[in-house]
Design a protein around this ligand. Structure first.
Ligand SMILES: *Cc1c(COP(=O)(O)O)cnc(C)c1O
Length: 376
C-alpha cells in the first residue's frame, strides 16, 4: 500500500447519522447543525463569537473586507503577510484592493517579528499571521507590534484546529481581532469544504453574518421562526454568499469529537520523526513552541536536495509533498521577489512528510529509514 502525504480520516457511520438528521428534517442549508457546531466550537476553543462559513478563504476575505470597511482603509493600504503560505492568505488582501507587503519568516516558518517591524510604513493597517503547521510561532510578539503601531491582527488558523498554549486557544488571546479556521478536506478537522470566522467583538461578528449572506439583515433560519412578516428583510450591503451549510456542519460535529485524540496521535508521530532525525546532520527539524499542545497539521523537514528525496521516497511508494512555495515566486506576487531571503531559501528545501491518522508504526519506521538511509 502506498503512503500518502495527507489523508483525512472520517468517522463514517457517525457522520452518516448526523447527515441523516439533516436530510430527514429537510434542513441542509444554513442553520440547524451550523448553529449547533458554532456553539460546540465556541465551547471547545473559548472564542466568544464563531460563524460557520464555506471555507477559510472566504473567511479571510470577509475579515479583510469588514476591517477595511469599519476602519476606513483606503485602496492601496498595506497588510503585512507571509510568503510561506497557501495563496488564500494573500489573495484575501488583493480581493480588497489592498497591497500585500511581505515579511520574512523565522525558525518556525511563521512571520518573523523583527522583519515585520521593518516592513511597517505609514500605510500599514494590519498583519495576517499564519500559524504555520499549527505552530503559534512568535504570535505574542506580533501582538505587541500590532498594539505599538495600532494595527489590526488577523490570524489565519487554517492549520491550528486544536492548537493550545497552556490550555488556551491562541486565537482568543487579547490583541487578535479575528481568527479564521479551515475545515477543508485534508485539514485536521476535515469536512468537505468549510471554515469558521471568529471575530473578537459582537459588531463585527454580526457584520460577518450579514456580509456572508448577501448583505441581508436577517437569515432564513431566524425568519422561519418569526410571525406573519417573517418573509420581510432589508438588504444593507452588496454582500457575498459565503455561509456554511448543515451537511458540512454535521460532519464537523463528529470530527470535533475526535480532534484532541487525533492531534495527540499527530504529536506522537512527530515525536518519532524528531527523535529519528535530530542527529542527522543533513536534516534540519522545524521545532514548535509549546510542542505538547500543537496541532501539527503538517510535518516538514529542511533538506539539501528535496527533489532527490521526493524521488527516493516515491520509489518506496511513499509520497511526500511541498507546503508551500515562496509566494513571491508566483506572477501575482513577483513584485516582492527578493524581499524575504530566508523564506526564499527554505522554500527550495522544505519537504512535507506523511502525517495523518492512517499511518501505522511500521509506516512511520519505513519513512524514517528511507529518509535517514538516503541522507547519511
Ligand atoms: C488550507 C489553507 C487555507 C484555505 O483554506 P480553505 O478552507 O481551503 O479555503 C488558507 N490558509 C492556509 C495556510 C491553508 O493551509
Amino acid at each position: 500500500m502506498s503512503i500518502q502525504v495527507l489523508k483525512p480520516k472520517f468517522h463514517t457511520e457517525e457522520c452518516l447519522e448526523e447527515i441523516k438528521e439533516c436530510l430527514d428534517k429537510g434542513w441542509t442549508g444554513m442553520g440547524f447543525k451550523t448553529v449547533e457546531f458554532e456553539n460546540e466550537w465556541k465551547k471547545y476553543t473559548g472564542h466568544k463569537y464563531a460563524y460557520f462559513i464555506n471555507s477559510n478563504t472566504v473567511g479571510l476575505h470577509l475579515a479583510v473586507h469588514i476591517l477595511k470597511m469599519e476602519n476606513n482603509w483606503q485602496d492601496g493600504d498595506e497588510i503585512i503577510s507571509t510568503p510561506i503560505t497557501f495563496v488564500s492568505t494573500n489573495h484575501a488582501i488583493l480581493y480588497e484592493n489592498l497591497t500585500v507587503k511581505f515579511a520574512d519568516v523565522d525558525e518556525y516558518l511563521c512571520l518573523d517579528p523583527v522583519d515585520v517591524e521593518k516592513k511597517i510604513t505609514d500605510r500599514t493597517r494590519a498583519i495576517i499571521f499564519v500559524g504555520y503547521g499549527g505552530r503559534v510561532g512568535k504570535l505574542d510578539q506580533i501582538i505587541e507590534i500590532c498594539k505599538k503601531y495600532n494595527l489590526k491582527l488577523i490570524l489565519d488558523a487554517a492549520h491550528m484546529a486544536g492548537t493550545k498554549v497552556n490550555g488556551i486557544t491562541p486565537g482568543t488571546w487579547d490583541g487578535v481581532d479575528v481568527t479564521v479556521y479551515s475545515y477543508q478536506a485534508v485539514k485536521n478537522l476535515a469536512t468537505g469544504d468549510s471554515g469558521m470566522i471568529c471575530f473578537n467583538d459582537e459588531r463585527n461578528d454580526k457584520l460577518a453574518r450579514q456580509m456572508a449572506w448577501l448583505g441581508i439583515n436577517k437569515d432564513t433560519y431566524a425568519r422561519s421562526n418569526k410571525g406573519t412578516y417573517a418573509w420581510k428583510y432589508d438588504v444593507d450591503y452588496v454582500g457575498y454568499k459565503y455561509n456554511g451549510n448543515a451537511i458540512m456542519a454535521a460532519i464537523a460535529l463528529v470530527q470535533l469529537k475526535y480532534l484532541d485524540e487525533e492531534n495527540a496521535r499527530r504529536r506522537s508521530i512527530v515525536e518519532m520523526y524528531n527523535q529519528a532525525f535530530k542527529d542527522n546532520k543533513n536534516i534540519k527539524i522545524i521545532s514548535a513552541p509549546y510542542a505538547d499542545e500543537c496541532s501539527y497539521h503538517i510535518y516538514e523537514l529542511i533538506v539539501p536536495d528535496r527533489e532527490a528525496l521526493l524521488n527516493k521516497l516515491a520509489e518506496h511508494e511513499i509520497y511526500g509533498g511541498v507546503h508551500y512555495r515562496d509566494n513571491t515566486e508566483y506572477s501575482m506576487y513577483r513584485y516582492a521577489n527578493g524581499t524575504c531571503p530566508y523564506a526564499h531559501e527554505v522554500s527550495q528545501k522544505i519537504i512535507t512528510l506523511p502525517l495523518h491518522m492512517w499511518l501505522t508504526e511500521a509506516d512511520v519506521q519505513k519513512i524514517i529509514s528511507v529518509v535517514n538511509g538516503f541522507l547519511q
